[in-house]
Design a binder for this molecule. Structure first.
Ligand SMILES: Nc1ncnc2c1ncn2[C@@H]1O[C@H](COP(=O)(O)OP(=O)(O)OP(=O)(O)O)[C@@H](O)[C@H]1O
Ligand SMILES: [Mg+2]
Length: 303
C-alpha cells in the first residue's frame, strides 16, 4: 500500500492547521508550499456546497508539465474526484469543486465580480498585484455558511521594493526579520488581526480579534515559513563562520550543524562529507555521536 499522504511535520502542518482566516505560507523553493495549497481544500471536500479556486498569475503555470494541474492529478484522482481539463476543475464525489484559474491582467479579477468562493488560494502570491489580492478577498465567502471562508497563499521571499510583490512583503513585515528578509522563527504561525477600510490602502493590525471587532473588514492572519528557508539561512551563516575563522573547521559543533543544514537542503554528498569529518576527526565527542546517528538515518533513507 502506498504511504498515506499527510502534511509534513513542521511548517507545512502549522500552515495547514492554522486557525487564521488568511494564511501566507512562505519560504524558499521546494519547501512544500504548492503541495500544501493542494492539500488545503481536502479538509472540506466532503461538504457538497464547498468550492475552492486556486490562482496562478499565468495560465501555463497551471498547465505546464509538473505544474498545479499535474500535481493535483496525483492527489485528487485517488480520492475519487473527476477532472474537467477544459474548465481546469475537479469535482469530488460529494459535489464539492476545486478549480484552477489564472489572473494575468489586473482586470481579470473582475471576472469574479459576482462569485462567492469559500476558499481562495494563491500560488506565489508575490506575483499578483495588491489590487487582485484584495479584490479576491472581497469575494471570499461561503454562501452556505458551512465553511469558515478563508484564504491560503504561498509566497517566495520578495524584497519590499519589488515592483509587483513588494506590497506583500510590506503586509507581512511583522513576521519577517528586516535584516535577512526571512521569516522570524519565533513569530511563524502567530495569528494577528488586520482591519482594512473597504477600497482603502491603509491597514491596521491588532493582537486580538476583540480589539478589531468594530472594524468592517477584519481577518485573522498568519504567516509560516519553511524549514528549507531556515536551513539555507543557517548554512550561509555557518559557511561564513567556517570561511572567516579557519579554526572553526576544527569545531565539531560547527561542522555538525553545517552537515544538518546540508541535509535539509538535500545536499546529501556534502552533508555526508561534513558528518564523516565529525565522526572521524572528533571521535568520542557528543557531536560525533550525533553525526553518527544522522549518518545512520541517511543510510536508511538511501542518501
Ligand atoms: N506532504 C507531502 N507529502 C508528499 N510529498 C510532498 C509533501 N509536501 C511536498 N511534497 C513534494 O515535495 C516537492 C516540493 O514541494 P512543492 O512543489 O510544494 O514546493 P514549493 O515550496 O511549492 O516550491 P517552489 O518554491 O519551487 O514553488 C514536490 O515534489 C511535492 O510533491
Ligand atoms: Mg511552488
Amino acid at each position: 500500500m502506498p504511504d498515506p499522504i499527510r502534511p509534513q511535520r513542521g511548517p507545512q502542518e502549522t500552515a495547514l492547521t492554522s486557525p487564521a482566516d488568511v494564511v501566507i505560507f512562505g519560504g524558499a523553493a521546494g519547501g512544500g508550499k504548492t503541495f500544501s495549497l493542494l492539500l488545503k481544500p481536502l479538509q472540506f471536500v466532503d461538504i457538497p456546497t464547498f468550492s475552492a479556486v486556486i490562482f496562478r498569475r499565468e495560465s501555463p503555470e497551471i498547465t505546464n508539465p509538473g505544474s498545479l494541474w499535474d500535481e493535483s492529478s496525483r492527489l485528487y484522482l485517488d480520492l475519487g474526484a473527476s477532472p474537467n481539463r477544459q474548465l481546469l476543475e475537479w469535482r469530488f464525489p460529494s459535489g464539492a469543486r476545486v478549480k484552477f484559474a489564472h489572473m494575468q491582467y489586473e482586470d481579470d479579477k473582475l471576472a469574479w465580480k459576482s462569485s462567492q468562493i469559500p476558499l481562495v488560494g494563491f500560488d506565489q502570491l508575490e506575483s499578483f498585484t495588491a489590487g487582485q489580492f484584495w479584490y479576491m478577498l472581497s469575494r471570499n465567502r461561503d454562501p452556505s455558511g458551512r465553511v469558515r471562508s478563508h484564504v491560503f497563499g504561498t509566497c517566495n521571499p520578495v524584497p519590499a521594493d519589488d515592483a509587483v510583490g513588494g506590497w506583500l512583503r510590506e503586509l507581512i513585515s511583522w513576521w519577517i526579520d528586516p535584516g535577512t528578509g526571512l521569516a522570524l522563527e519565533a513569530r511563524a504561525g502567530a495569528v494577528r488581526w488586520l482591519a482594512r477600510a473597504q477600497d482603502g490602502d491603509a491597514v491596521e493590525w491588532y493582537d486580538s480579534a476583540a480589539a478589531a471587532a468594530d472594524i468592517p473588514l477584519f481577518k485573522g492572519w498568519t504567516s509560516a515559513d519553511t524549514a528549507v528557508e531556515r536551513a539555507r539561512a543557517a548554512l550561509a551563516a555557518f559557511d561564513g563562520v567556517l570561511k572567516d575563522y579557519p579554526g572553526a573547521r576544527k569545531s565539531p559543533d560547527a561542522l555538525l550543524k553545517a552537515g544538518y543544514c546540508q541535509y535539509e537542503l538535500k545536499r546529501y554528498a556534502a552533508a555526508r562529507a561534513s558528518l564523516e569529518r565529525v565522526t572521524g576527526d572528533f571521535a568520542g565527542t557528543q557531536a560525533a555521536q550525533d553525526a553518527a546517528q544522522r549518518l545512520g538515518r541517511m543510510a536508511t533513507e538511501g542518501h
